[in-house]
Design a protein around this ligand. Structure first.
Ligand code: GLN
Length: 483
């Protein structure tokens, strides 16, 4: 049963081939058996899952239907879940039980989804390797010595290992698309404002966006359908109707204009990945797409701009963790300052502290203009580059990452080396655009992802292209040995 996709599960449940409770119990058993190898879950919510599964079965027995009614999922551990630990991968929130559900969580629960647990992640979503979690590194099921990508690495590893069909993630600079690429999944980052951020613990509020991780584009469409929509609780949520993301999956690609940014294929890209990306372009050409070289001239400034803006917003967002109101508090504080300082020094890990320092520095009176304001200007230039490009093409295609998954620990002493892995993903966040990563082949047994970007609110177009591609390729069906 663990091989089933969300779409197959929906059909199986509708045809009464199995109940949600049977499926849920089977997957929980699998998680308890196999996850110790991967460390992809921070909390497994057996009781909640079984009660939700029973409730979904009862709703189906009463004649209700729906693609997510009885579907087992897990949430990245930064989506607040009422009464359940919501740790954000941090010692700071190890003891935090959220008093309410995030909008994404309550929407999916209302659609009848079953929560199997909360997945491991880089601490406060900062990272590209899932090594900075207080709960330990997550392993890549394709090779347990390698990272699964981050920061939604727990969601990615769990879905890739067939512990469950799909999971939620968040993407601030690539954290859905990059782990999807590194574990052979399909992962979609929606347009900024498409999915509510209410109850999603903030890293960099102007960049953060929740989205689905699954094996297929078809499943991403189903999960996104359950997540997307206007939320009056989130002031950056956009009041646009949500289209039916499954309606045009089979649409023709005849005449689809694909742009290949020349900057994406320069130095730094593993040539074996470049080859696989060009093979994926050939497949899309066979389906009728036409390819054109384009330019995103300001892309070279994206990493420096992002690594000013994201830490700046993080330093502000994380100021709420002060040892007073949430989470960890140090022992025997001597006075209030000591309470703040030691609670934060002991509660936050090294990468989070590094980002807070960088961000506070970039926002400080003497440096605001030189760093933060400059980075915001670059952000606008990057957005303008995309607007120009989308005047000429319908989607932009390139690699998701410059390299396949690296060995756990390999970049630990060099944070900048890890930051460089985000080169192809962060521009979409800076511009607020939607993007998807889908499986495109393997290098030395490790998965490679191809990324597609589209204009605002064109998630449906991305899913259409990805679905048609997955009908003529079988990379996404490959399963890691041992799972
Ligand atoms: N790797 C990027 C960072 O560390 C992106 C993380 C994310 O998208 N949450 O900031």
């Amino acid at each position: 049963m663990h091989e089933l996709t969300l779409a197959e599960i929906a059909r199986g449940l509708a045809d009464k081939k199995f109940s949600s409770e049977e499926l849920t119990r089977a997957l929980l058993t699998r998680i308890h058996q196999l996850d110790p190898q991967l460390n992809s879950f921070i909390s497994v919510t057996d009781e909640l899952a079984i009660s939700q599964a029973r409730a979904a079965d009862a709703r189906r027995a009463n004649g209700e239907s729906g693609a997510l009614l009885g579907a087992p999922l897990a949430h990245k551990d930064l989506f607040c879940t009422q009464g359940i630990r919501t740790s954000c991968g941090s010692k700071m929130l190890d003891n935090f039980k959220a008093p309410y559900d995030a909008t994404v969580v309550s929407k999916l629960a209302a659609a009848g989804a079953v929560t199997l647990g909360k997945t491991n992640m880089d601490e406060f979503a900062m990272g590209s390797a899932n090594e900075s979690s207080y709960y330990g590194a997550v392993k890549n099921p394709w090779n347990l010595e390698h990272v699964p990508g981050g920061s939604s690495g727990g969601s990615a590893a769990a879905v890739a290992a067939r512990l469950l069909p799909a999971a939620t993630g968040t993407d601030t600079g690539g954290s859905i698309r990059q782990p999807a690429a590194l574990t052979n999944l399909t992962g979609l980052k929606p347009t900024y404002g498409r999915v509510s951020r209410w109850g999603m613990i903030a890293y960099a509020s102007s960049l953060d966006q929740g989205g689905p991780l699954a094996r297929t584009a078809e499943d991403c469409a189903l999960l996104l359908q359950g997540m997307a929509g206007f939320d009056p609780q989130d002031s950056t949520s956009i009041d646009e109707p949500v289209p039916d993301y499954s309606a045009n999956l089979n649409g023709s690609l005849e005449g689809l204009r694909i742009g290949l940014p020349k900057e994406y294929f320069g130095a730094g890209l593993d040539p074996r990945i470049a080859e696989l990306i060009m093979a994926s372009v050939k497949e899309l050409e066979k389906l009728g797409a036409v390819v054109k070289e384009i330019s995103l001239p300001n892309m070279q400034h994206a990493i420096p701009a992002y690594y000013v803006i994201a830490p700046a917003e993080a330093s502000s967002n994380l100021s709420r963790f002060d040892g007073v109101r949430f989470g960890y508090r140090c022992e025997n504080p001597a006075n209030l300052t000591d309470l703040y300082e030691r609670s934060r020094a002991e509660g936050f890990g090294a990468e989070v502290q590094r980002r807070i320092m960088v961000g506070a520095y970039a926002l400080s009176a003497g440096y605001y203009d030189a760093y933060y304001l400059q980075a915001q200007k670059i952000r606008r230039l990057i957005k303008n580059d995309f607007m120009t490009a989308f005047g000429e093409v319908d989607v932009i295609l390139g690699p998701t990452t410059p390299n396949p998954a690296w060995k756990i620990g390999a970049k630990n002493n060099d944070p900048v080396a890890a930051y460089l892995e985000d080169v192809y993903t962060i521009t979409a966040n800076l511009a607020g655009l939607p993007g998807v990563s889908m499986p495109a082949g393997f290098v030395e047994g490790l998965p490679v992802g191809v990324q597609l970007l589209a204009p605002y609110f064109q998630e449906g177009r991305l899913l259409n292209v990805a679905h048609r591609y997955q009908q003529v390729t079988d990379w996404h069906t490959r399963t890691p040995t041992g799972f």
